[in-house]
Design a binder for this molecule. Structure first.
Ligand code: FES
Ligand SMILES: [Fe+2]
Length: 448
């Protein structure tokens, strides 16, 4: 038996030992929600991990490990929050929650401001809607009022003449806007290499001009699965036989490489290679980058970006591969640009086509639930019912998301069984393994 499984069965993390030890101080001097004894158990689980295999059950089921993930991954790394198209006018906001963290992503006259959604009086959530428009931000409990920059501008408190409002502004989080995508970081000192990674992926995405796109539709799905199972499922297409709608526009050889193409797919592989060359030629003509760049587990801001052909007409995610919106994004001049796809550790993925963009983000809720938010963006002058049909635009990925939700939930139920043991990743699942490697490295550094 894998020794890690033995360890997990012997001392499941997060049982009554939660009160056994004093919680260690984090870098910011706050008490961690994970005790020193639990950290030691978690470290042991990481140390005993069998490389090339899925994780032990507690990584998917244990509430204390979930808390550790929130501290070590979501509390430390750059995270995709929203696109600027979701907050087009000053005063527009969205709220995003990562486990216990809640953030307000607010458009201001100057740009984008990201504030912790925690009132400085007694901690109430300030904004309770998922999205909206606001002037000042007013807490619903005792009406403390904050400016869009987060300064406390009004606190009606009789007899508190000496109360210093300047000390009680909403806390800010770090943020960056890259090619119309808003990223946030909750760490006191964010990892520096995100800036370098931004400079790598921005040229791929910028021609699609998200800043002049609009939201066509947004879907929120709560999946009954740990956030890592959501991400693992996203990082492979070994299961893509379960996606008949998506399979129309993806080459059946997607995810395979030369040398592991089964004989019955050799013709498809040749067609894929030809489409890839034609796409590269078009990219050269239009000055678009197309190289596959991949540093999924070899740097802190792990990423993968590529431009790849789509099957059929090669334009978009439709049954025929034809465009789903008649309006090209940005200054693009050709519909046949396949998909520019990006994965970012830890929780987001994107598909940029010539006619629309889809952003995906996984927001952990607890150890067994994750919110997956999918947003379809089209050119801001595209008119629904004229330039695109909303049902047709969203059909492929709505279906695919539901199918993925089912796969994730099957795995979560499996991980909860005493019979579960980690299984081996296949060659076509190397990106899943890279995600897990990245996760393990980051957590081991955090727990060290
Ligand atoms: S908790 Fe917000 S005003 Fe009191
Ligand atoms: Fe899938």
């Amino acid at each position: 038996m894998n020794p890690a499984v033995k360890t997990a069965a012997k001392t499941p993390v997060g049982e009554s030992k939660a009160v056994a030890g004093r919680a260690p101080a984090t870098r910011k001097g706050r008490l961690s929600a994970v005790t020193e004894e639990q950290r030691s158990e978690i470290r042991e689980l990481f140390d005993n991990r069998r490389k090339g295999y899925s994780l032990d059950a507690p990584f998917y089921t244990d509430p204390t490990l979930f808390t550790a993930d929130m501290e070590g991954i979501f509390g430390q790394h750059w995270l995709f929050a929203a696109s600027v198209a979701e907050i087009p006018e000053p005063g527009d906001y969205v709220t995003v929650d990562y486990g216990p963290y809640s953030l307000i992503v607010l458009r201001t006259e100057e740009g984008v401001n990201v504030l912790h959604n925690v009132c400085r009086h007694r901690g109430a959530r300030v904004l309770t809607e998922a999205a909206g428009t606001t002037g000042n931000l007013v807490c619903g409990y005792h009406s403390w009022t904050y400016s869009p920059e987060g300064a406390l501008v009004h606190a009606s408190a009789p007899g508190e003449a000496t109360f210093d409002k300047g000390c009680f502004g909403l806390k800010r989080a770090h943020s960056r806007v890259v090619a119309g995508l808003v990223f946030v970081c909750l760490a006191a000192e964010p990892p520096e290499d995100f800036d370098e990674v931004s400079r790598i992926f921005e040229p791929y995405l910028a021609p699609h001009e998200l800043s002049s796109a609009k939201v066509a539709f947004q879907q929120e799905l709560v999946e009954e699965g740990n956030w890592k199972l959501v991400m693992e499922n996203n990082r492979e297409c070994y299961h893509c036989d379960g996606h008949p709608e998506l399979a129309c526009s993806l080459f059946p050889t997607w995810g395979l490489t030369e040398g592991i193409i089964p004989p019955h797919l050799e013709d498809v592989w040749d067609r894929n290679v030809q489409a890839d060359q034609a796409l590269k030629d078009r990219c050269v003509r239009y000055g678009l980058p197309y190289e596959v760049l991949e540093e999924l587990d070899t740097r802190i801001a792990g990423y993968r970006i590529s431009r790849e052909p789509l099957d059929g007409a090669g334009e978009s995610f439709s049954a025929s591969g034809r465009r789903l919106s008649k309006k090209l994004l940005g200054d693009l001049r050709d519909f046949r640009l396949g998909r520019c796809s990006m994965h970012l550790q830890p929780n987001s993925w994107f598909h940029f086509m010539s006619d629309h963009v889809i952003t995906f983000s996984a927001f952990p809720i607890n150890e067994h639930q994750t919110l997956v938010r999918t947003t379809w963006l089209v050119a801001d002058d595209a008119v629904e019912g004229v330039d695109y049909d909303l049902e047709t635009l969203t059909y492929t990925w709505k279906q695919t998301n539901l199918q993925d939700k089912n796969f994730v939930e099957l795995c979560q139920r499996g991980a909860a069984s005493p019979a579960y043991e980690p299984g081996p990743y296949m060659k076509s699942e190397y990106q899943v393994e890279a995600f897990i490697n990245w996760y393990v490295q980051r957590m081991q550094e955090h727990l060290a």
